[in-house]
Design a protein around this ligand. Structure first.
Ligand code: IMP
Length: 197
């Protein structure tokens, strides 16, 4: 089974990548150095791709410093974009979740509740960098629902779902089948297959 290092401190993201890619023959492991997930600096940017590219550049430097440059490495950056609040929380999704939480978002909204998630996944193949983007359209629920998932999952209802369950009310498999991360990682998987990785 081929191995892909995933540089993330987010256990939810790691679990979703494992759920999606393990059955397809990829072992997804947390990228660690001496048993620790290395810290990377997230630059201030109004663009998820720029943030993800800055992270992969640091990750590749770390691989080089460990003489592991031939290994593959994945980073990703995601954000929630709410139509009624242009570009918000967007690239500030992590800070906004920490400060006002899902309940704070619910308090800001009236009838207009459409939103989407974006994921920018960036892969170092051992030779080149490739970018994969996934989007999931949906709406913000009227109240938080569900215990699964992480982050904004309890307040996001994907349009592609068969019902009005939030991501947090779905299994990993159900979320991945329609989520932004699922779409980006399936594109990544197709690339790996086509390129004989
Ligand atoms: P990050 O910068 O990509 O780690 O994510 C930004 C923020 O969005 C973090 O607070 C995450 O918890 C949240 N987030 C990222 N992906 C998801 C998701 O799939 N569902 C819900 N929240 C997410």
């Amino acid at each position: 089974m081929a191995t892909l290092n995933f540089l993330t401190g987010n256990a939810g993201k790691l679990a979703e990548a494992q759920t999606l890619l393990s059955p397809l023959g990829w072992e997804i492991q947390s990228f660690e150095i001496d048993g620790e997930i290395p810290d990377v600096i997230e630059p201030q940017s109004d663009n998820l791709t720029n943030v993800a590219l800055a992270k992969i550049a640091q990750g590749v430097e770390l691989l080089a410093s460990q003489n592991r440059l031939e290994e593959s490495l994945l980073v990703e950056d995601s954000g929630l974009f709410i139509d009624a609040l242009p570009e918000f929380p967007g690239v500030y999704s992590a800070q906004v979740l920490q400060s006002i939480g899902c309940d704070g978002i619910l308090r800001l909204l009236d009838a207009e509740r459409s939103a989407h998630f974006l994921t920018v996944a960036v892969l170092w193949t051992g030779e080149v960098v490739e970018v994969f983007i996934g989007r999931c359209d949906g709406q913000i629920a009227m109240e938080s629902r569900g215990d699964g998932g992480f982050g904004y999952d309890p307040i996001f209802i994907p349009l592609a779902g068969d019902d009005d369950r939030t991501f947090a009310e779905m299994t990993h498999e159900e979320k991945s089948a329609c989520s932004h991360r699922g779409r980006a990682l399936r594109a990544l998987y197709d690339y790996l297959n086509e390129n004989g990785a």
